[in-house]
Each structure stands twice: as structure tokens, then as C-alpha cells.
Design a protein around this ligand. Structure first.
Ligand code: AHG
Length: 333
């Protein structure tokens, strides 16, 4: 590590005054980083130990839960609940909100997260990730209530993700751009590697599960056909790039320029992905990097959630490309 390297906590302290990042938010992010290092360690040795494999249980979404999901969930909960910073939590694996146990003090923040997204890819050594969003408690209840978890994404105080890939990276925003840190395993620190990430304005890739082609309404199919239709000026056809692991697909598109799509289908108009744990945090990051997040008819961050497991059609990418998608979705092109 060179002496010029900037680790996460120093980066936060250095920007405390300029950005007005509260100490509590800094503490939370530092502890999120700590938990993610433990998860990263387990993910990296997943092929070597018995922890890999299905538990045989299913979560509230009816999906199989893998052991590493549970490990990640417990690691984040245990790292964050004693700090006296949170009023309430909820995550993708639970069907109810997660209260802070009475033995711990509470604080002003609300923590929503997807402990290990893309976990069906674990056995194939594909990158997976943790996604999180932090809000401020709005209810009067000291320990937080459901209402605190059902805030629109435009109220996010801080959001980000950790990608467990060829290296482990933490990417976050607190409303002042998007910043990426890479875990240096030799010193166990997240070091600033990608300051001020901007999503390229030009679309290079489109990322979608095209197996759903005939399940989509005609307007969506028209847009996907558009992505593949040659056009010199806009650089089409775009390259098709789809991993099937949201954090990995999103991260690549954020760095290289691309649109991610998980539209609704005729049988599931709400799509597959969740507003609270996937749509909001990643749309927030996209917007902070100059991009956008849309359902095709509305800005993701403006949706008022009805339930903690609400699903939404999720389209995230360069602003101009999302505008084009919206026009297709509304049948205007
Ligand atoms: P899971 O956590 O069950 O692996 O789901 C992954 C999510 C998300 O990461 C990805 O974008 C999407 O599901 C892929 O879904 P399809 O397999 O339907 O394309």
C-alpha cells in the first residue's frame, strides 16, 4: 500500500465538512464495510468449505435460500444492530421488518438491504453483491415502524453496494457523487480506487434476460429490437451483456455505459426485482453518477412503496437511453 492511499474512513472524515456527512452515517458505512469484509472472506472460500449449498428452506419470495445468504444476512445484522444508530431494519430475506432488540440503544437511521444478491450464481463463481440503502426515521416511534421502511427512494441519505468479484469493491453515494473503494486484502482496508464515478452518457451494452422476449408486451420487444438494429450514429447494435447477477450487471454498466432492464412480463407486470432492496439503491447510485432509473412510466425514486417486498419493472442506465426506453414503453416510438 502506498502512503498516498486513502481508506474509506479517512475519505469520509476528509469530506465530513464539505458534504455535511453526519458522524452517525460515517460510523454506519464503516461498519457496513467491516461486515462486507467478513462476507467477502466467506464468499472467497465458498468453494472450499461446507458452507456452500442449499439449506432446503425457502424465503418469502419462494426462492431457495443458500447458506451464504443467511451468513451474509446475520453478519450485517449483528454488525449494525448494537451500534445505537438504527431504529429499524428490513432485508430481502425476511417477510417482516427487523426490530432492533430491546437490549440495544436505537438511533435515527433505517437500514434496508439485500444481503447477497445473485446468490443462485454462487456455485458457478459468478460475482454477487450486497445492496443497501439508509433512510432517516420519520415516525415518532423510538424503535421505528413499518412506515419508516416504506419511504420513497428520493429520501435516501446514503446507498451503495459491495461487489464480491475478481476483487471486492464498495461503491457508495451520500448525495455527492459516486465513489468506489477496492478491498486491499493485504491490509484489510477499502482503498479509494474510483473517485467520482460517472456513468458514460453513451450506451454501449444492453443487459436483459432475453429468454423473456415472448413474455414481454410488444412495446418492450420493440425496444429490445431497437437495441439490436444497426445504426451508425448511436452506435447500435449495442453489445448484449447479461450475467444474471444484478450488482455485477449494474457495476459493469456503470463503468462502461449500458442499460440494464428487468421489465415486467405479461404474467408478472411488476417484474422480478424489489423496489426497496434493489431498485431504489441502484437507481440512486445511477442518478448520482449522471444516469437514471425508471419503470418505463415513472422515476423509480419517486415511487411510494406499499409493501416492503414490492416488485417493480427496473430499467437503469444512461439518462438519454432511459428516456428512449420510456418513449418505447409508452408506445410513443
Ligand atoms: P437470485 O438472488 O435469486 O440469484 O436473483 C438474482 C436476481 C438479480 O441479481 C438478477 O438481476 C436477476 O435476479 C436475474 O433474474 P433472471 O434469472 O430471471 O434473469
Amino acid at each position: 500500500m502506498s502512503m498516498g492511499a486513502v481508506n474509506l474512513s479517512r475519505f469520509l472524515v476528509e469530506h465530513e465538512r464539505q458534504w455535511g456527512i453526519e458522524r452517525g452515517l460515517q460510523d454506519l458505512l464503516n461498519n457496513i464495510a467491516f461486515a462486507s469484509k467478513i462476507v467477502s472472506r466467506e464468499v472467497n472460500k465458498a468453494g472450499l468449505v461446507e458452507i456452500l449449498g442449499l439449506t432446503g428452506e425457502t424465503n418469502v419470495q419462494g426462492e431457495e435460500v443458500q447458506k451464504l445468504d443467511m451468513f451474509a444476512e446475520e453478519t450485517f445484522i449483528h454488525a449494525l444492530e448494537p451500534l445505537g444508530l438504527l431504529a429499524i431494519m428490513t432485508d430481502e430475506e425476511q417477510d417482516e421488518i427487523i426490530p432492533i432488540p430491546d437490549k440495544f440503544p436505537t438511533g435515527p437511521y433505517v437500514f434496508l438491504f439485500d444481503p447477497l444478491d445473485g446468490s443462485s450464481n454462487i456455485d458457478a463463481n459468478v460475482s454477487i453483491g450486497t445492496i443497501f440503502a439508509i433512510y432517516r426515521k420519520i415516525s415518532k416511534a423510538e424503535r421505528g415502524v413499518l412506515e419508516d421502511c416504506l419511504q420513497p427512494g428520493n429520501q435516501i441519505e446514503m446507498a451503495g453496494y459491495v461487489i464480491y468479484g475478481s476483487s471486492t469493491m464498495l461503491v457508495f453515494s451520500c448525495g455527492h457523487g459516486v465513489h468506489g473503494f477496492t478491498l486491499d486484502p493485504s491490509c484489510g482496508e477499502f482503498l479509494l480506487s474510483h473517485p467520482d464515478i460517472c456513468m458514460p452518457e453513451k450506451t454501449k451494452n444492453f443487459s436483459v434476460n432475453e429468454g423473456n422476449y415472448f413474455k414481454w408486451e410488444k412495446n418492450i420487444r420493440n425496444y429490445i429490437d431497437y437495441c439490436k438494429t444497426p445504426d451508425k450514429e448511436s452506435g447500435r447494435p449495442y453489445s448484449g451483456r447479461y450475467i444474471g447477477s444484478l450488482v455485477a450487471d449494474f457495476h459493469r454498466n456503470l463503468l462502461y455505459g449500458g442499460i440494464f432492464l428487468y421489465p415486467g412480463t405479461k404474467d408478472k407486470p411488476g417484474g422480478k426485482l424489489r423496489l426497496l432492496y434493489e431498485g431504489n439503491p441502484l437507481s440512486y447510485i445511477a442518478e448520482q453518477a449522471g444516469g437514471a432509473g425508471t419503470t418505463g412510466t415513472e422515476r423509480i425514486l419517486d415511487i411510494k412503496p406499499d409493501t416492503i417486498h414490492q416488485r417493480i419493472p427496473l430499467i437503469i442506465g444512461p439518462k438519454k437511453e432511459c428516456d428512449i426506453y420510456d418513449k418505447f414503453a409508452k408506445g410513443k416510438i
